[in-house]
Design a binder for this molecule. Sequence first.
Ligand code: FES
Ligand code: FE2
Length: 335
Amino acid sequence: MSGLRPFSWVAVWPEARLEVGRPHAIRLGGKKWFLFLFGDGELGFFEDRCPHRNFPLTQDGASSRDRITCGYHGWEFDSSGRCARIPGLVSNCKPVPLLRASVARYGGWVWVSPERDQSTIEFSSLPTSADPRPMHRSFLHFEIPSPMDLAIENLLDGFHTPYVHRGILRLEAKRVAMTAQARLVSPQECEIVYQGEQQGSGWISRIFERHPRTHTIARFRAPGTAILEFYNTQGVMVRFTTHFWSESETTSGAWTCVETPAGLIPHWLKEPLFFPFLKRVLKQDGRALTLQAKNIESFGGAKFVNTELDLIRPYLNHFLQGREAPPDRSIRFLL
Ligand code: FES
Ligand SMILES: [Fe+2]
């Protein structure tokens, strides 16, 4: 993960989306890995490379509840990660281990640490506000054609919405006066509180927002957790918790958990109702990020100009690149 400060633990998969006996491929820091949940509950995070002839274990395999099976010559690995069977070999099988890294479950997510540095485990509850109402949760997985910092900036920045998501999220002609307070919450975390927008000017808000909006909070916790919470007079209206990780210098991976309070609309109906809009918005972001990344590449690197509206960037530079922490700020603007 060159260019970025190394952090040991990153969230790479929702526990709710783990499937027994199926390798979940993850690119992390330029290397290929996979998560594997065995039938006995053992969860492993392994390098995606068979020790025999380096075939990818996530491809063409016939893995089962108890065994990871390579799709090339059929070597089988048990839940300790050791080779337990070599098809055709009549003598004893060599107990070659798969290369594995640290894995932990916390807060509904699977966290991994390829650095194998256990000393910096620092799990604490994610920085969301308490809402006593039960929530519905849905998950979305992404592969993003951009470095992680640009993907996070895109998610937490509202100022692209009247352009990239023109009409859906906001309208340029209907900007309203707003304020934002940005502050460092801990050495690992910042938050920006937006106020002044009673309802988004886009049609998604006209369809889905039933109560006046009170405020919106954008949070970031290093190394890769971005949270967007929209509040109305009832409490949290919708919360997006996204865990990003750096796949390589030019691409990132992410999982988003979308939470909405359990109410009149049943959970099974929410995805078909809401996700087509969400996916359209995400597609627009993906296009913008692709164009941006290609342009930066064609110019041989990034060269950015910032204004006070670029609220999240100084924090990303601080957390991910080790620059000085920005002072707490309060600004007025139109959005
Ligand atoms: S490469 Fe995996 S069994 Fe041969
Ligand atoms: Fe966007």
